[in-house]
Design a protein around this ligand. Structure first.
Ligand code: ADP
Ligand code: MG
Length: 403
């Protein structure tokens, strides 16, 4: 699942009102053997359960404003006087969101998805954080094109986002660059003012987001906002539930020598299934990303082409959406001097993984040993774990998400 928005304009979705909450549902899955018992997960499920109960009685500001606008002055007056109706409360206290932190494979995403499905909220959205930021940049771009005189797109943008969905569930919350950092603080300030509730998973505690980077100081107020609005829940279990997958076909070829190249040639030809090899231009917000070697549903790059130049999350998402399979030659072992390449590779693999893109690569070493030392080496552990999972038979069967 990548992006899911459920709004009033979408086909009506059942909004669970009663029945089992996240904790009872989690316990039932443990009892039936679908999940292993994990006290850390139970702790998180309890916290999500509390939020689930709080949400049943919560009507955010943004929905009240909409109701007021719909019902005109009289309705607005009734609401302000507290005369009945759903929009009656003046300033409802906003439930604190939940921010789940832990290493890879601890079940954060599983728990968030379980919560999201049960959340008694009509206007809810579950999205990978890269995708959300991409959407934010796109909308800012569109707003500026539509109204060149618009000096500050953030307030209307925040209102738009809040009106579409006021429960926002972000998978893999992170802050990639200073451009995102600058937008996020103000955007979230407005979102929270409209009553939005946030649930997130992350590998990084809020207080550590975007630290040790140029511009980190400017980002501090955002960290304060996040910490004011959400409770951090740490999932600290010793187990990585992703390890131990059954190996599928050979997808990660070490070393990256002539034999590996020949093997990738064969794979590329096989995946192309007769489609001609040609250059393809992808449009990314008015920019063009040229893919030199594309053939039907597969594209081929060297590592240097993909991660050795200024490509970002937007480019990688476009690739991951357009191509069902990617062949990458020559992924090197990296060290402290290759921070930029390693960072881009992390973002690339996130994008591929989220869209279930099948990856075939030749590399200097196994995923675990690719980037052991250097800035962001800890974040790379998730990438290594994902690369492992992307080699599993079950991953190979997942359908490519092309939208
Ligand atoms: N308690 C559990 N028992 C069995 N499988 C689990 C359990 N918790 C998580 N998993 C599975 O392990 C994998 C990794 O979980 P995930 O939620 O993606 O981890 P994270 O988001 O923390 O990296 C998923 O396939 C998930 O369904
Ligand atoms: Mg996850």
């Amino acid at each position: 699942m990548d992006t899911e928005i459920r709004t009033a304009s979408a086909p009506p979705q059942p909004v669970p009102q009663d029945g089992a909450g996240p904790f009872a549902t989690y316990e039932a899955r443990v009892a039936s053997g679908k999940l292993d018992r994990d006290p850390e997960q139970e702790k998180a499920a309890r916290r999500l359960d509390r939020l689930w109960r709080e949400l049943r009685d919560y009507h955010p500001m943004v929905m009240q404003r909409q109701a007021t606008a719909r019902h005109g002055l009289f309705g607005g007056l009734r609401a302000r006087l507290g005369l009945g109706g759903r929009g009656a409360q003046a300033a409802p206290s906003r439930p604190r969101g939940v921010y789940m932190v832990g290493q890879v494979g601890r079940g954060k995403t599983m728990l968030m998805d379980l919560f999201f499905d049960l959340a008694p909220v009509e206007h809810k959205r579950r999205v990978h954080f890269h995708r959300f930021m991409q959407d934010v940049h796109q909308r800012i771009h569109d707003m500026k094109v539509a109204d060149p005189a618009l000096s500050d797109p953030i307030p209307p943008l925040a209102r738009q986002i809040a009106q579409e969905a006021w429960l926002l569930c972000f998978d893999e919350f992170q802050v990639n660059d200073i451009a995102d950092a600058m937008i996020l603080g103000r955007l979230f300030d407005f979102l929270f003012a409209d009553g939005v509730v946030v649930v997130a998973t992350s590998n990084t505690k809020p207080e550590d987001l975007f630290q040790d980077r140029p511009g980190a100081d400017a980002f501090k107020p955002f960290i304060d906002i996040i910490m004011r609005e959400v409770d951090t829940v740490i999932l600290d279990s010793p187990r990585d539930y992703r390890r131990g997958c059954v190996r599928g076909m050979r997808t990660w070829i070490v070393p990256a020598d002539a034999a590996a190249k020949a093997e990738l040639d064969t794979i590329f030809t096989h995946l192309a299934a007769g489609a001609p090899v040609q250059a393809v231009d992808l449009d990314i917000m008015g920019r063009t990303l040229r893919v030199e070697r594309a053939a039907g549903p597969v594209a081929r790059f060297t590592f240097a082409e993909l991660c050795g130049r200024f490509l970002g999350a937007g480019d990688y998402l476009a690739l991951a959406t357009r191509f069902a399979s990617l062949v990458i030659d020559d992924v090197p072992r990296m060290g402290p001097d290759n921070f930029d390449e390693a960072r881009r590779f992390i973002v690339l693999i996130d994008a591929l993984y989220e869209q279930n893109v099948k990856l075939f690569a030749s590399a200097g070493d196994q995923p675990d040993s690719l980037y052991e030392r250097g800035q962001g080496a800890t974040a790379f552990e998730r990438t290594a774990s994902r690369l492992e999972e992307m080699q599993s038979a079950s991953y190979a069967q997942l359908p490519h998400l092309s939208a």
